[in-house]
Design a protein around this ligand. Structure first.
Ligand code: SF4
Ligand code: FES
Length: 242
């Protein structure tokens, strides 16, 4: 194929290249499709389902669905946005996301996507799971209460850092992030603050120590412009846009 192929996203022509997913082509064209487990630097994972769109009458994950000529993609109908909002509400009640007290508030992708989709309440009953905080590492803390199981840290540690510090254990509602060290503590692993995996978390689960409130609320990444304009938090992490 020549690279001149197009599909329609909410009525707009989007060019795509061989091997592109709907997400790849949309982001390149400057069109935002909400997403959490997707990061263009990593192999698509397709787990959070926040990017679900309707393509030719079928609901598909935009981050894994290959783009096809003349495809009609709906990213903004009430049905798609309502489903997306319900997914976000489930993510909020499944963990313990206390936004007003979170160091990542204003620079959190989950919070920013929730604002973008006009999520005004959690709607569902909170699970209030019992989860821990691991502050054993000198430079990085992990708050498991905030983990949304996107596996970006797992992929980054495995594929870029070649350390396999993180893994997901358990199934379904019992799935949880684990640390590969003898004690299960981050401080006993070979994790380093310079690792790629320390800079990919879309929420406030993996946090650098010592800098939490350096940037005041009101001046954080998503405080002035929405995520559809600013883009992913991980793309700004290396600049310490927190
Ligand atoms: Fe994703 Fe962050 Fe949880 Fe890792 S710690 S799985 S990057 S939410
Ligand atoms: Fe596509 Fe998570 S961003 S499934």
């Amino acid at each position: 194929m020549s690279g001149n192929n197009t599909f329609k996203l909410d009525g707009k022509n989007i060019a795509f290249e061989d091997g592109d997913t709907i997400m790849d082509a949309a982001l390149r064209a400057g069109e935002y499709i909400p997403h959490l487990c997707h990061n263009p630097e990593f192999t698509p994972h397709g787990s959070c389902r926040v990017c679900v769109v309707n393509a030719n009458g079928r609901q598909v994950s935009a981050c894994t669905q290959p783009a096809m000529e003349n495809m009609e993609v709906d990213n903004s109908s009430d049905e798609i946005v309502n489903d997306r909002r319900a997914l976000l509400q489930m993510l909020f009640v499944e963990g313990n996301h206390v936004c007003p007290g979170c160091e990542k508030s204003g620079a959190c992708q989950l919070q920013a996507v929730a604002y973008y989709t006009n999520m005004l309440s959690p709607h569902f009953t909170h699970f209030f799971p019992q989860r821990s905080v691991d502050a054993s590492h000198a430079d990085i803390a992990i708050d498991f209460n905030r983990c949304i199981l996107c596996e970006l840290c797992v992929r980054a540690s495995r594929d870029v850092d070649h350390k396999n510090v993180f893994a997901i254990d358990g199934r379904g509602i019992n799935s949880h992030l684990v640390i590969n060290s003898v004690s299960g503590k981050l401080g006993d692993s070979n994790f380093a603050a310079t690792d790629k995996a320390a800079h990919v978390c879309p929420v406030g689960a993996i946090l650098p120590k010592h800098t939490a409130y350096d940037k005041p609320i009101g001046e954080r990444l998503y405080d002035k412009k929405p995520i559809s304009i600013v883009g992913d938090v991980a793309a700004h992490e290396q600049d310490e846009e927190r």
